[in-house]
Design a protein. Sequence first.
Length: 490
Amino acid sequence: MLKKLTRALFGKPGKSRLPAATDTETASLPAALQALDLPDSVRILTRDEHGISRKQISPNALKVLYRLGDAGFHAFLVGGGVRDLLLKGSPKDFDISTDATPEEVRELFRNSRIIGRRFKIVHIRFGREIIEVTTFRAHHQADTTISDNSSRKTMRDMDSAHSDAGMILRDNVYGSIGEDALRRDFTINALYYTTRGFVVLDFADGQNDLDQRMIRIIGDPETRYREDPVRLLRAIRFAAKLDFRIEPSTEEPIDHLADLLGSVSPARLFDETLKLLAGGNAERTYALITRYRIMDYLFPATRAATPDPDSSAARLVQLALRNTDRRLQQSKSITPAFLYAALLWPPLLEALKERGIGPDERPRQPVLQEAANEVVTAQLQYTAIPRRFTAMMREIWDLQWRLMPTTPRRTRGAFEHPRFRAAYDFLVLREEAGEQTHGQGQWWTEFQRADEERQNQLLADLQSNREGGKKRRRRSRPKRNKGNPDGGSE
Ligand code: ATP
Ligand code: MG
């Protein structure tokens, strides 16, 4: 009955394209999709089965799907957009996969540009929204291997290439939708939605893994991780984000392949650390990257400086991540500079300690700068932090000492500093983490809440405390100079 109905709606299904499946799990193939060379194993989910409605899809993504379709191409929503809709969540972005080449897509959309070398991708911009369009890609033949130090010319001349270690260096070999699906990372990311017949094509049993709440890599796990070690991070990211388990054979190699991350460019790793830690699930993700020894390849100095999870240094990192998650939940802004300032604070304290500066001592400017340089330079070998963020991190660090209320003039100066707010938030987290800060955070909390009169009073108190302190010191000095060890206690 169902078959009859769908046939009446969409036309006769292609003979060999449909899997041998029951009526309940597979619908007929819409006529418009019959030209696609679908593998027998594809599962077709009808609108009733997948429940995705066009209302949930960004109007811009729909516009792209329809315009590509009208121009005679196949176009599908794919990846996180489909996955998150099937999970009844709201997708972060909408990615589209098509049989049009990047150049053909570019011609259809004036507001588009081709980006990427490793993968050619078209970005179509609609105001602040970017729809990413990729062309169906085929899987690589591992025999198109080039050695890591081969000439640039050789690489440029090839559309696809692997390094000796099995890593994909270039990936612009176009293929069928079935091939495209199998070169995606996880089964739950290989689901394709089309407005032609409103079906979802499931190439790797992804719907089943969504039901089982499971992250499962497509193909042989070790080969797939070697092709692109960032998939190690992606497995963890999705497990944390979706609160899914990682399927055992997908999970098993993560530990011992973690060192492959050493071959990923620091620029790409910086982007990935942000996806891991600034995606709203930082706390859970951090617990996983620690468990899988990934920290050694992302933040080795942080790991080395936080051996005790109950130390104030480790707690500060934890609190900063929790704070980031909370801010994102409340739709507040976050900056990578704050996150990195927190992650690298424990190594900074260590670097200061090596220079003889204790945790609650004030380092001289050149000493602080030298220690900060050392920590930042070491981290840049792993994740290439853009300069605007390193500059802001240094300011947040520097202000930690400048926020020690001293003279009214300096205190006002710190308050008016453009990074005051971030530095104050950081100080409060340090206090919460159990660091000894002599109540500085509380002082500033009171100062900010106070009206002008009260603020002046607090500053005047500072001044008189200072003068009191100075007088005491001045009087005590002559006695000490006379060799009286108990001198100064009045
Ligand atoms: P998010 O919600 O974070 O956007 P996503 O799954 O959409 O999740 P993207 O980075 O936007 O992730 O990638 C879109 C899709 O491209 C993925 O769902 C996956 O199918 C494919 N993909 C992305 N990165 C890789 C990779 N490293 N290896 C294989 N496939 C990948
Ligand atoms: Mg996406």
